[in-house]
Design a binder for this molecule. Structure first.
Ligand SMILES: NC(=O)c1ccc[n+]([C@@H]2O[C@H](COP(=O)([O-])OP(=O)(O)OC[C@H]3O[C@@H](n4cnc5c(N)ncnc54)[C@H](OP(=O)(O)O)[C@@H]3O)[C@@H](O)[C@H]2O)c1
Length: 251
């Protein structure tokens, strides 16, 4: 596991948007960020799940979160502009985005891959993070120390048979991280990095590996050290990296 002990109040006064915040790793990240002082904007497609997380954060006494319901598969440019306007009005700036929402699609050969599902996966995993980042960059530029985190996967670094659009989308995510990091290096205080969570006990993992014992893998809460490190000021000099949440790296 990536080793980092986040100090109390690490993210005090930061405004952080988490996509796919209603479940799995995104929900754990929303908790971890809020527990360290951040005001978290919970973005996702299932309102009831977002409301549940909202209630959990409120009950814990963390800074009051906000909810941004958005289906990343169907959202169009106008929806992103509206979101940016709302965030500007409410918060005036943004200190971080965790691009976590993801779609697995189907596990089958490229030869047999349904083109519609291919497009859905690329839309949620690649096009939506691009649109969201582009629209929200002006708000991130207003921060003293902003961090964008994309979410990759092992199959985004080495292709594997039958992982189709999901694997290809994660290669694209690694590429987007590098291109954007290179563009903003030296001209902006916004840094861009990428996390490979590794096998983690969530609904997506269970769907991909139905025969696996869930207990074999760590919970989303256990992989949070890297999520905290990359979002907070201790990683201010880290840019363009793709790191493993379950790797043996140290901060
Ligand atoms: N778990 C692993 O072993 C593993 C390994 C490598 C990489 N990852 C990556 O880690 C990230 C989180 O995965 P997870 O395991 O936590 O998966 P998960 O439990 O399936 O959660 C995925 C999240 O993405 C949201 N989402 C999916 N489609 C969406 C859409 N169209 N619009 C808005 N939100 C949408 C889901 O919302 P709903 O709950 O409303 O459906 C959910 O909150 C993904 O990017 C995944 O590729 C996971």
């Amino acid at each position: 596991m990536f080793s980092y002990n986040a100090p109390e109040g690490l993210l005090n006064d930061r405004i952080i948007l988490v996509t796919g915040a209603g479940d799995g790793i995104g929900r754990a990240a929303a908790h971890a960020y809020a527990a360290h002082g951040a005001t978290v904007i919970l973005l996702g497609r299932t309102l009831e799940k977002l409301e549940r997380v909202y209630d959990e954060l409120e009950a814990a006494g963390y800074p009051q979160p906000a909810i941004a319901p958005l289906n990343l598969e169907t959202a169009v440019e106008h929806d992103y502009i509206e979101l940016a306007n709302q965030l500007e009005e409410t918060f005036g700036r943004l200190d971080g985005i965790l691009h976590n929402a993801g779609l697995l699609g189907v596990l089958t050969s490229i030869e047999n891959y349904d083109p519609i599902i291919w497009q859905q996966v690329m839309q949620v995993n690649v096009n939506a993070p691009f649109l969201l980042t582009q629209t929200l960059l002006p708000l991130l530029h207003r921060s003293q120390d902003a961090s964008i985190i994309f979410t990759s996967s092992g199959v985004g670094r080495k292709g594997r048979a039958h992982w189709g659009a999901y694997a290809v989308s994660k290669f694209a995510t690694e590429g987007m991280t590098q291109v954007l990091a290179d563009e903003l290096e030296n001209i902006s205080q916004v840094r861009i990095n990428c996390i490979n969570p590794g096998a983690t006990r969530t609904a997506m993992r269970a769907f991909a590996y139905p025969a696996e014992m869930p207990e074999k893998n760590p919970t989303p809460e256990q992989i949070m050290p890297l999520y905290l490190y990359l979002m907070g000021p201790d990683s201010a000099q880290v840019n363009g990296q793709s790191l493993d949440a379950q790797g043996d790296g140290h901060a």
